[in-house]
Design a protein around this ligand. Structure first.
Ligand SMILES: NC(=O)c1ccc[n+]([C@@H]2O[C@H](COP(=O)([O-])OP(=O)(O)OC[C@H]3O[C@@H](n4cnc5c(N)ncnc54)[C@H](OP(=O)(O)O)[C@@H]3O)[C@@H](O)[C@H]2O)c1
Length: 307
């Protein structure tokens, strides 16, 4: 599978840079006939590429929380079920998360969309290229699909970041770049820089009990055609016992985790990246891909998570 413009059922052919739209991707193994493949919800990036709406995070993978083989199986299970966007960062486990992902994607690089992040300490003129090269080596690949600045805090000059990312893009080391943990004021600073509006995504915390971005950042990103990547979409597991969530899950005969994830991707403009090192949990999470929440479900979740 590639993640270029031509991919995806319902691909919008003449998408301008600032348009994006929900669509579907063919999921599952490439050996299955195209017509038989289930459609997987996708999100359109500003450059027209379609990515799976549900990916997989890895901040605490590769660090002994589960046996390594189990974590690898969890990620492979997710990829086979359509969660083929993998999120990592140089900082996760001091590189061990990237190494784990490297083992998982070996032999199937063309089926996955790999996201990694540079830590602000390395966001200097030479530092970003060096950090990217180290991430590529740990991942065992020669390009990243998306490279993010992990945080703005401590970054002296965003222009250096944009220029470095653009150089990496022109050399083919990264396909596109974006940011993480950027508030509206940060986005406005970024867009004031020449080339700053080439940003492909902003990765921020978003889940049923942490909806702060709905006040300002989410509408700002929608106006600018910029997708959000929702991290900690399960509230790190904390929100799964909420009674309203459990009731909605029972109605859909699904799991609370699947409902919580379906909620994050409900607009078609958000990519959600739950982490799990458990194949059983990943199968549960993949249930979000086929779960459609009704207006009544959404209202019940609003009430159930009201603070
Ligand atoms: N850009 C940033 O600054 C930033 C910050 C935080 C996170 N992230 C990214 O976002 C990813 C996800 O965020 P997160 O790890 O903070 O939180 P999360 O995905 O909300 O929650 C992960 C936790 O939920 C558990 N879990 C997963 N599926 C479950 C299920 N079906 N039932 C019960 N428990 C389940 C996992 O345990 P098991 O492994 O046992 O399933 C893990 O403990 C990270 O891995 C990372 O890639 C980015």
């Amino acid at each position: 599978m590639s993640f270029g413009r031509a991919v995806g059922i319902g691909t919008v052919s003449n998408v301008t840079r600032r348009q994006f739209a929900a669509g579907t991707l063919a999921a599952g193994l490439l050996s299955r006939p195209a017509a038989a493949q289930p459609a997987t919800p996708s999100v359109r990036l500003p450059d027209g590429a379609a990515v799976p709406a549900l990916g997989q995070g890895s901040a605490r993978l590769g660090q002994g929380r589960h046996p390594a083989a189990e974590e690898e199986e969890a990620l492979r299970t997710g990829i086979a079920l359509g969660m083929s966007l993998l999120d990592t960062a140089e900082i996760y486990g001091g590189g061990r998360s990237e190494q784990l992902i490297g083992r998982v994607i070996a032999g199937q690089r063309d089926k996955v969309f790999v996201v990694s992040k540079v830590w602000p300490d390395h966001a200097t003129a030479g530092g970003i290229a060096e950090a990217c090269a180290a991430s590529l080596a740990r991942l065992g690949t020669d390009y990243l699909d998306l490279y993010l600045l992990h945080w703005r805090t401590g970054v002296a000059d965003l222009r250096v970041v944009v220029d470095s990312f653009e150089r990496l893009r022109s050399k083919g080391r990264i396909r596109r770049w974006g940011v993480s943990n950027f508030a509206v004021a940060d986005m406005e600073d970024l867009y004031r820089i020449g080339g700053g509006d080439r940003c492909a995504a902003n990765q921020v915390r978003y889940n049923l009990q942490d909806r702060g971005i709905e006040r300002d950042l989410l509408p700002w990103c929608e106006r600018h055609g910029l997708p959000i990547m929702a991290y900690s979409p399960l509230g790190q597991g904390d929100l799964l016992s909420n009674p309203a969530l459990v009731r909605v899950a029972d109605r859909h005969q699904g799991s609370p985790a699947a409902v919580a994830l379906a909620w994050t991707i409900r607009s078609g403009r958000v990519v959600s990246i739950p982490e799990s090192g458990s194949p059983a949990h990943v199968r549960e999470n993949a249930g979000a891909l086929s779960l459609r929440l009704t207006e009544a479900d959404l209202a019940e979740l609003d009430r159930g998570f009201a603070t």
